[in-house]
Design a protein around this ligand. Structure first.
Ligand code: UDP
Length: 247
């Protein structure tokens, strides 16, 4: 969502952004795994003021039954923004944007889950945005892949995502809502960090090919940092469980 008349200075003469970050700096990232009692797997991801929970249920019996696949599981994904997650209340119910984001998140996750390991089942993934300040689809994918791992579902890799933007002619990593709205371009990217494949790539606005290449390199750097935090969160979760079981 970009606005035409820019009244906000997004980057100062020293190259510092509205929230005090350097162009290649992520927002403070917080990641936790196994945060919800009533799901099979869950995760919480905070990127600055963007706050997201992901919950996974399954593999379980397919409903409605006629959707069942004899050779693989089906993935269902619902991305949803709480109506209080943004300044201007989001209408209740699913908007067209949420339907689109549910689809792109599902398509990214389908590339890592070994669906053929779970024939005749379905896996439900819920991405709940509690507070939105830009980059919710990418933080949503980061959280959902962790929730799948927490549910013990076989996967080839985790997924981490981040959006690179262009503001006042400069590329900036992990854009916030203000940079998204008043900037010139927004490029959300999600990557399999170990396998190094891109599973989500979108571009809203204009960038030259050279800028896209630079933005991708910037995204990779940020994603490697997020991936380290994902791994640490999984280790924290499971090393605590091992201690509990030993007691
Ligand atoms: N946003 C909003 N109201 C809406 C949808 C989005 O205020 O109904 C804000 C929210 O902060 C979101 C940002 O616009 O994070 C950017 O939205 P976009 O569609 O680019 O997706 P995102 O960057 O969250 O993946």
């Amino acid at each position: 969502m970009m606005l035409e008349n820019r009244q906000v200075k997004l980057i100062d003469e020293n190259g510092i952004r509205v929230d005090g970050r350097r162009p290649d700096e992520l927002r403070p990232v917080k990641i936790e795994v196994g945060v919800l009692d009533n799901s099979d797997g869950s995760a919480y991801v905070e990127m600055g003021r963007t706050k997201i929970y992901a919950a996974v249920f399954g593999p379980k019996e397919v409903y409605p039954k006629h959707l069942e696949q004899p050779d693989r599981a089906i993935l269902n994904c619902r991305y949803h923004m709480a109506s209080f997650s943004v300044d201007e209340r989001k209408p209740l119910g699913m908007t067209r944007r949420e339907i689109e984001l549910s689809k792109v998140i599902r398509q990214a996750l389908e590339t890592v889950v070994f669906l053929e390991e779970y024939p005749r089942t379905m896996i439900d993934i819920f991405v709940e945005v509690i507070q939105a300040d830009g980059g919710t689809r990418t933080a949503g994918i980061t959280a959902a892949s962790l929730a799948l791992a927490d549910a013990g579902i076989a996967m080839s890799d985790l997924i981490a995502g981040v959006a690179v933007g262009k503001v006042e002619g400069r590329l900036v990593l992990d854009i916030n809502d203000l940079e998204d709205k008043y900037g010139e371009a927004d490029m959300p990217v999600a990557i399999l960090p170990r396998l190094n494949s891109i599973v989500l790539f979108q571009l809203n606005g204009r960038m030259t090919l050279e800028e896209v290449k630079q933005a991708l390199a910037m995204a990779r750097e940020g994603i490697n940092k997020i991936y380290q935090l994902q791994v640490e969160a999984l280790k924290r979760r499971y090393s605590v469980n091992q201690i509990d079981e030993g007691q």
